[in-house]
Design a protein around this ligand. Structure first.
Ligand code: CAO
Length: 506
């Protein structure tokens, strides 16, 4: 927003009244000329397209009628960022909320992260790998943000927050249920202070019996149905490495915020946006709710337990590495699996390329054998089929299998280790894996914007140090004078309490 005001000022220099009138008249004359020109063009078009029932209005005329801006003449990628001008008051911590606000930052929003003086987001010190430096847990989730320290329970801190609420468009938080209210930042107060503000929250559960519970990633994976459907039939439920509870919900919340911003264009007012982690996980596990309903009508034939003759119970079972769709798949060993725990490939026996699979693995007779030729015939034999394919994949590296199969359109995917991903040049080239410099910890890798846009190019910036932008935000944006800032500092509202002077610091 600061930039926007600046450029606006630049493009609209002050004019004298006389000059303004002349400019207005010239503009009006030009506009009339343009309308005449467009009308003539439209007439010509109508004439040449006699058979057309309705004549489309020229795009420029439609744009003017809609009150929408004309398409930018700037080259793609040079017309600012998607969320430029949007200010986010970021009250998030740990993973779910920070994922959301980092994405908003990647899209160009100005994200102001409010942190507790002297402490900051708890993840700054969690899983620390470099002594004295912010952890990777923090740095990888808080890029493209500025940090201000404010004690939100201090009277002066509350006053600063009021100014920030008036200054920003969106407040994002993922405190435990009730914590925001306990700070005095109720919806009523925020909405009264800034009716345009969108208040977006991540909570563990939506309204209901568990609404007051604190929730972490794996709790959400379990409560959202992911854990009961992950793992092997014979074993216990398993949680996944993908942070579908935290980062997944952050992603859902970001979507809600962008929709609320769009609705605000029409209504002029903000609204509450809630993304519950249980709901987010369930949304990502919806195929298993699909299967739950299919169970009423018979066994799930694409699950390998069907082929193995194991009866289904009342709930969707864990399906090991079965493919979630209608095309059977499994993880198979590749050359070197004895030493390398990631020498595996995911192999899908997609029906349209069954013939190619038979040729590649040296079983051309399966193409016509009635026991193997059709998908239903293969279902009871999937284990044998995958064992046979594995005999072939074990003679090749996962990348060789990839090359051979891709050549004939067989869908396969190598199991990539995090080491391989970190070193993969194509991911660096696309900006999905980015190396960022940091003043106290040195260079680190982070995940850039997973969504690529042709007119909003992401620049990944390092995470801020604790309170790095406090003075800048108080002075330049909230317009506190140097004297006032000095008073705020001595009040303890933005600085860490002396050790032992506050119960909270213990
Ligand atoms: N100034 C003063 N106080 C502050 C502050 C600030 N700038 N920032 C935070 N605090 C206070 C809060 O007001 C709260 O105090 P009260 O409990 O007295 O009201 C306190 O710090 C702790 O907040 P919290 O309860 O949110 O934090 P926690 O570590 O106890 O719980 C978590 C963490 C994640 C379990 C909880 O926040 C939660 O359930 N969040 C919602 C679900 C969620 O996002 N989970 C994902 C976590 S990532 O795996």
């Amino acid at each position: 927003m600061r930039k926007k005001t600046k450029s606006r000022q630049k493009s609209a220099p002050k004019k004298s009244a006389g000059k303004r009138a002349t400019a207005k008249a010239t503009k009006a004359a030009k506009a009339t000329k343009k309308v005449v020109k467009l009308a003539t063009r439209a007439k010509a078009l109508a004439k040449s397209a006699k058979e057309a029932k309705s004549v489309k209005k020229p795009a420029a005329k439609k744009a003017v009628a809609n009150g929408l801006p004309k398409p930018s003449a700037k080259p793609f990628g040079q017309a600012g960022k998607a969320l430029e001008g949007i200010r986010v008051l970021d009250f998030t911590h740990v993973q779910s909320g920070p994922t959301c606000t980092q994405l908003l930052g990647y899209m160009g929003a100005d994200v102001i992260k409010v942190e507790r003086p002297g402490v900051g987001d708890i993840t700054r010190t969690q899983l620390r790998d470099v002594k004295g430096a912010d952890s990777l847990y923090f740095t990888m989730l808080n890029g493209n943000k500025r940090s201000i320290t404010i004690d939100s329970k201090h009277p002066k801190g509350k006053e600063i927050l009021e100014r920030l609420i008036k200054h920003c468009d969106v407040l994002v938080e993922n405190f435990a249920p009730g914590a925001l209210d306990r700070m005095g930042l109720t919806w009523d107060y925020i909405h009264k202070t800034n009716p345009r503000m969108i208040v977006a929250s991540v909570k563990g559960f939506g309204p209901g019996p568990y609404e007051d519970c604190k929730v972490y990633e794996n709790v959400a994976q379990c409560a959202g149905g992911a854990a009961s459907t992950t793992g092997f039939r014979e074993g216990p439920p398993v949680v996944t490495g993908a942070q579908i509870g935290d980062s997944g919900t952050g992603l859902h919340l970001a979507f809600g915020i962008v929709c609320a911003l769009n609705q605000r264009h029409r209504t002029g007012r903000g609204q509450k946006v809630l993304a519950a982690m249980q709901d987010g996980v369930l949304n990502l596990t919806r195929v298993k709710l699909r299967d739950q309903q299919r169970l009423k009508h018979g066994p799930l034939t694409e699950y390998s337990q069907y082929g193995e003759g194991v009866a289904f119970g009342k709930a969707v079972p864990r399906a090991g590495n079965d493919s979630g769709g209608g095309q059977p798949g499994w993880i198979l060993k590749c050359k070197g699996w004895e030493e390398d725990p990631d020498a595996y490939i995911y192999f899908i026996t997609q029906a349209p390329v069954w013939g190619a699979i038979c040729d590649v693995i040296g079983r051309p007779e399966w193409k016509t054998d009635p026991d193997y030729a059709t998908p239903p015939a293969r279902l009871p034999r999937l284990k044998h089929i995958f064992d046979t394919i594995e005999q072939w994949t074990m003679t090749k590296t996962k990348f060789e299998v990839m090359e051979i199969c891709n050549e004939v359109d067989i869908p396969v995917g190598p199991i990539l280790s995090m080491k391989e991903i970190a070193e993969e040049p194509s991911l660096r080239e696309t900006g999905t894996v980015v190396e960022v410099d940091h003043p106290t910890r040195g260079a680190y890798l982070t995940v850039g914007n997973p969504v690529k846009m042709s007119d909003s190019i992401t620049e990944v910036k390092r995470s801020p140090l604790l309170g790095e932008h406090t003075d800048e935000i108080l002075g330049k944006e909230l317009r506190y004078s140097a004297k006032e800032i000095a008073e705020i500092k001595s009040s303890g509202a933005i600085t860490a309490p002396e050790k032992g002077t506050r119960a909270e610091a213990a």
